[in-house]
Design a protein around this ligand. Structure first.
Ligand SMILES: Nc1ncnc2c1ncn2[C@@H]1O[C@H](COP(=O)(O)OP(=O)(O)O)[C@@H](O)[C@H]1O
Ligand SMILES: [Mg+2]
Length: 344
């Protein structure tokens, strides 16, 4: 796919949400690989504290710092960060109040609990704040380097070409990203307010989109559509729909159509089985015909769900069900699919 054919050129923060268990972490990682390929640098951020990224990339649990976890196809690096809200709070206290030490004391006195559990809005700001800080971060230049550049080169390049956020599930996503509303009751002025405003500026900008993972099943699809409406409702940009774990039909369309009506030519099936050398071809054909009908009906139900997802009018990508175990090779395969379909 050539440059310009990619659907999300110009987007620098990709938020990935969806119903739990549909493959958010897997597809966020694959998207990071896809975006990094060809020599880019991408940060994959995990906020649910499950170390899912480390597991996926086969590396030891991530410390609270950015580190390279994979090399992308045709060069490029994927770095990863597992954000821990408590550590993010300490960072934050240091950044705004120069009080890391105080922060450590606060931890002992349980005040960190205030921000991480009692005021969940503050917790979310810490997590989204970490991701948006990485989006804005520029390469540090020393004074001589700055002086040697012409004014139009004055701004240093970004450290990361893109950041992918493995976000909370659909039920929590709008609230999670709507940081402004969350801290409104918490801080009206001062550094927390300013910080929230800066986080929100990145999240609302055209550089940020929210992608939804769905499957060709009723519940995940419905959650995806509801989530999209809710995220749009708080004024954020919807990205694409990543339809995960797609299985290809086992039979040609005309056979599926008749089987979907409950009609299977059992005699023809038995003749086929017999000519393939199977004993008891008739009984096998009988049993098999039931499975064929079930399969055809499932394919039809999936087509209905696909139509409903298409109705949302967003770019869709279909990612295959990896049947031989999800591992690094599977991740790279999904990344290839995303690239071929224009997602990166
Ligand atoms: N395309 C796929 N093919 C096969 N297995 C998948 C695929 N995508 C995800 N999985 C598996 O499904 C499970 C849930 O995926 P995960 O990414 O952890 O979901 P989530 O982050 O949404 O909870 C994992 O075991 C993962 O390996
Ligand atoms: Mg996950």
């Amino acid at each position: 796919m050539s440059a310009g054919d990619r659907d999300w050129d110009g987007v620098r923060l990709h938020v990935v949400t969806g119903k739990g268990g549909t493959g958010k972490t897997t597809l966020a990682a694959s998207l990071a690989l896809a975006l990094a390929s060809g020599g880019k640098k991408v940060l994959l951020v995990e906020v649910e504290g499950r170390q899912g990224i480390a597991q996926l990339f086969d590396c030891p649990p991530l410390p609270y710092e950015e580190r390279r976890v994979a090399v992308a196809p045709r060069g490029g690096d994927v770095h990863a960060l597992a954000v821990d809200p408590e550590a993010a709070l300490l960072d934050y206290l240091e950044m705004f109040y120069g009080m890391r030490r105080a922060g450590q004391a606060l931890t002992r006195f349980g005040v960190v609990d205030f921000a991480t559990t009692i005021a969940p809005g503050a917790r979310d700001v810490l997590l989204t704040g970490k991701a948006t800080e990485a989006v804005r971060r520029r390469v540090r230049r020393d004074r001589a380097d700055r002086a040697a550049r012409r004014p139009e080169q004055a701004r240093a390049p970004f450290v990361y070409d893109a950041v992918v956020l493995d976000a909370p599930p659909t039920g929590r996503i709008a609230q999670f990203l709507n940081v402004n509303a969350e801290v409104a009751g918490l801080a009206k002025v001062g550094p927390i307010r300013n910080h929230a405003d800066r986080v929100m500026e990145v999240i609302r900008s055209p550089e940020t989109v929210v992608h939804f993972v769905a499957m060709l099943e009723e519940m995940p699809a419905q959650e995806c559509l509801d989530g999209m409406a809710e995220v749009r409702g708080v004024g954020l940009n919807i990205g694409g729909i990543l339809v995960n774990m797609v299985r290809s039909p086992l039979l040609p369309p005309d056979h599926l159509a008749t089987a979907g009506e409950g009609e299977v030519d059992i005699d023809a099936l038995a003749r086929g089985l017999k000519s393939a050398g199977l004993e008891q071809a008739e009984q096998t054909a009988q049993a098999l015909s039931g499975e064929i009908v079930d399969h055809a009906r499932r394919v039809r139900a999936e087509a209905d769900v696909r139509d409903r997802l298409a109705g949302a009018g967003r770019p869709r990508y279909e990612l295959p069900l990896i049947t031989d175990g999800m591992d690094l090779a599977g991740l790279y395969r999904l990344a290839d699919e995303l690239r071929e379909q224009g997602a990166a």
